[in-house]
Design a protein around this ligand. Structure first.
Ligand code: PGA
Length: 252
């Protein structure tokens, strides 16, 4: 009953010309695949251009970050209402934002609320460091991140969660399908204590971290995993298409 979702996070990798090329390469192939939500998240500077290129297609647009205020003297920042003109999704709390830009649980909470307020769907990222994983603290860490990010968020409508173990991001060392399925199941169980069972049952929860066309099936076939947040492999149109196609076959 949950529609699978594959999101491509292009990170700080595409020039505008490359974003145009990549969108054009993916558009018709992605349009041929039904039963999967497809989201691409180019850098801010390419959003308006890519928006025009994918208009009328089945591809949805997402941003990689945003500020929580709606307007004003915040030099260099992009607001939720600006994004809502073009995007349906926004990645919030990615571990790279937490690690390199000092985003705290409190800031992430403000961003989640601000996105929901303007109808943007936050793809809220949570995940543990290697040392937490090795010390069997994964559940504790991700549940704490969720509690902070969702403080005061009354319901789960419009929210997507991405479980991304930090040690698996960009390292080529993905979690196993079973490991990711277990943690995502625990996330769902814990959320069911705070929100209605129905709401947690319909919440899309993704796995992210070194997902490729070669290993995506291992994640997608897991019952608790509703799709993937794909970084590096989403920069290759053929790989991204293959991941989406496999998702449609496995979940369809
Ligand atoms: P990766 O990145 O697929 O390159 O590991 C995933 C992410 O950071 O969302």
């Amino acid at each position: 009953m949950r529609v699978p979702l594959i999101t491509g996070n292009w990170k700080m990798n595409t020039m505008v010309s490359e974003a145009i090329e990549l969108s054009n390469e993916m558009r018709s192939g992605l349009d041929e695949i039904d039963g999967v939500d497809k989201v691409i998240c180019p850098p801010f500077i390419s959003l308006a251009t890519v928006y025009k290129l994918i208009k009328g297609s089945s591809i949805k647009l997402g941003a990689q970050n945003m500020y929580f205020e709606s307007k004003g003297a915040f030099t260099g920042e992009i607001s939720p209402i600006m994004l809502a003109e073009l995007c349906q999704f926004v990645i919030i709390g990615h571990s790279e934002r937490r690690q390199y830009f000092g985003e705290s649980g409190e800031i992430i909470n403000k961003k989640v609320k601000a996105a929901l307020k303007v109808g943007l769907k936050p793809i809220l990222c949570i995940g543990e460091k290697l040392e937490d994983n090795e010390a069997a603290r994964t559940e504790k860490v991700v549940i704490r991140q969720l509690e902070l990010a969702l403080a005061g968020v009354g319901n789960l409508t419009g929210l997507v969660i991405a479980y991304e173990p930090i040690w698996a991001i960009g390292t080529g060392r993905a979690a196993t399908g079973e490991e990711a399925n277990e943690i995502i199941g625990l996330i769902r169980c814990n959320l069911a204590k705070l929100y209605s069972k129905e709401a947690t049952r319909s919440l899309q929860i993704l796995y992210g971290g070194s997902v490729t066309a070669a290993n995506s099936g291992e994640f997608i076939k897991q019952p608790e995993i509703d799709g993937a947040l794909v970084g590096g492999a989403s920069l290759d149109a053929n790989q991204f298409l293959s991941i989406v196609r496999q998702t449609a076959e496995i979940k369809g």
